[in-house]
Ligand binder design. Structure first.
Ligand code: PRP
Length: 215
């Protein structure tokens, strides 16, 4: 019996390349993927895998709707959009933190509605709702650090990786909202058909991660 092809959505960019190295080490290689071109789909028929390069924030959409069987998405995206997918494994890659940030001396005295700029309105709403703190969400698409500097917001909720962007703009992390890392996700319906293959892949990847962690 021929093996059914596993469709895998990877986040385009540096994280996706690291994720691919992990999949490659686990036995799911696809040499064509490393060719320097702008193609978005690559297949290794012998290994029965097909990879897609998707925009990182779109990977969960491909997986939720079954265009990909599995994929790799940041925990930030999963928290923000809560797609109806299985979250199978923390890959330990792309580690960073979702933080509240602003001017180092900023104190929220609670006197008025807090203006918060972010790319993640749902995460932000949940975080402040849990503290019963009324906020005004300013939904931006990028360069969030600019907002407090020019007086658009009091603070921001954003990803902090090295902290360099904050530092170089005179800002600092004020509180951690959640730790973030890349997660392996799977389509729920497709899991019924290719669940065994996905299980095998998960076990192999988890074994490699353990080896790396014990080094
Ligand atoms: C992300 C994030 C921060 C920055 C954090 O931005 O929104 O701006 O990286 O990284 P650092 O702590 O290592 O400096 P991204 O590069 O995705 O661009 P964006 O401005 O479009 O959000």
């Amino acid at each position: 019996m021929t093996m059914e092809t596993l469709n895998i959505a990877l986040p385009k960019g540096r994280l996706g390349e690291k994720v691919y190295e992990l999949f490659q080490a686990a036995g799911y290689d696809c040499p064509a993927l490393l060719e320097p071109n702008r193609k978005l789909i690559f297949e290794n028929e012998a290994a029965a895998v097909r990879y897609f390069w998707a925009k990182p924030s779109d990977v969960a959409i491909y997986v939720e709707r079954g265009a990909a069987d599995i994929g790799v998405a940041g925990k930030d995206i999963l928290m923000e959009y809560t797609p109806d997918v299985y979250e199978l494994l923390d890959l330990g890659l792309g580690r960073c933190r979702m933080c509240v940030a602003g001017f180092a001396g900023f104190r929220d005295d609670g006197a008025r509605t807090l203006r918060v700029a972010t790319k993640f309105p749902n995460i932000t709403r949940d975080y402040y709702a849990a503290q019963s703190r009324p906020i005004d969400i300013i939904h931006l698409n990028g360069s969030i650090e600019l907002a407090p500097i020019v007086g658009l917001s009091d603070v921001i909720v954003d990803i902090v990786e090295t902290g360099k962007t904050l530092l170089e703009n005179g800002l600092a992390p004020l509180a951690e909202v959640a730790p973030i890392s890349a997660r392996l996700i799977a389509n729920k319906a497709r899991f019924k058909f290719v669940g065994e293959r996905i299980d095998t892949l998960c076990r192999r990847i988890a074994a490699i991660r353990e080896q790396e962690c014990s080094k």
